[in-house]
Design a binder for this molecule. Structure first.
Ligand code: DX5
Ligand code: ZN
Length: 217
């Protein structure tokens, strides 16, 4: 099986102590910091944006993996580059000119990610993969942590792994990832596990990260 990266989502951390939570993630063995940016329009929840991410940058050496759940993401690409994001993922369900947006993300020296909601068919990727470094498969409707994994998504993950073929693209899965669901997700072909409540809801996040990683064994 391919090497697996674990990307805990700061959405489930204690928002009153984000810098400490970042340090905790790093010592727990996380590979990426997943940053859920929500605008209250594309999703019915509101979190943080580039200014908060920029302030956090100096508190972590891990790659910052920003997941933009916002309308018109093409307008703010430079803001997230300046904030120190390493990856910037946009949704295909918002915006009109995805290839242009993805190219602009790469021009801004970030890895370009594309996210698909559960009801979005994978065929859209046939026209985007040359512009993409990360595919983020949503396995819940985005907006909130702690939702249940949608089992029908396993077939979609398998399909997308075939579409990716031998390209250097990370296949990440986000939503309801737990030690119960992770093995099937990895067997379907994912190589990045995004997990919010499964990590921060546990008493010992180091064990939680290790347990998720162990599902690949
Ligand atoms: C949901 C976010 C996720 C969220 C996952 O809209 O994109 O990254 O943090 O939370 P869990 O792992 O609790 O489903
Ligand atoms: Zn996310």
């Amino acid at each position: 099986m391919r090497p697996v990266s674990i990307a805990p989502s700061l959405l489930s951390a204690d928002f009153s102590r984000l810098a400490e939570e970042l340090a905790r993630m790093e010592s727990a063995g996380a590979d990426w910091v997943h940053l859920d940016v929500m605008d209250g329009h594309f999703v019915p929840n509101l979190t943080f944006g580039a200014p908060v991410i920029g302030a956090l940058r100096k508190h972590s050496r891990l790659p910052f993996d920003a997941h933009l759940m916002i309308e018109a993401p093409e307008r703010v690409i430079e803001d997230y580059a300046r904030a120190g994001c390493d990856h910037l993922t946009v949704h295909v369900e918002t915006g009109y000119h995805h290839r242009r947006t993805l190219a602009a993300i790469r021009d801004a020296k970030m890895r370009a990610g594309v996210a698909l909601n559960p009801a979005t068919p994978p065929e859209v990727l046939d026209y985007l993969l040359p512009c993409v470094d990360i595919v983020l498969v949503m396995t819940v409707d985005p907006g909130f942590g702690g939702q249940r994994f949608i089992p029908e998504m396993l077939g979609k993950i398998r399909r997308i792994r075939q579409q990716i073929a031998d390209r250097e693209i990370d296949l990440a899965v986000d939503g309801g990832v737990t030690t119960q669901t992770a093995r099937a997700i990895l067997e379907a072909g994912a190589n990045v596990l995004v997990a919010g409540s499964a990590v921060f809801g546990s008493a010992d996040i180091k064990t939680a990260v290790a347990d998720l990683r162990a599902t690949a064994a």
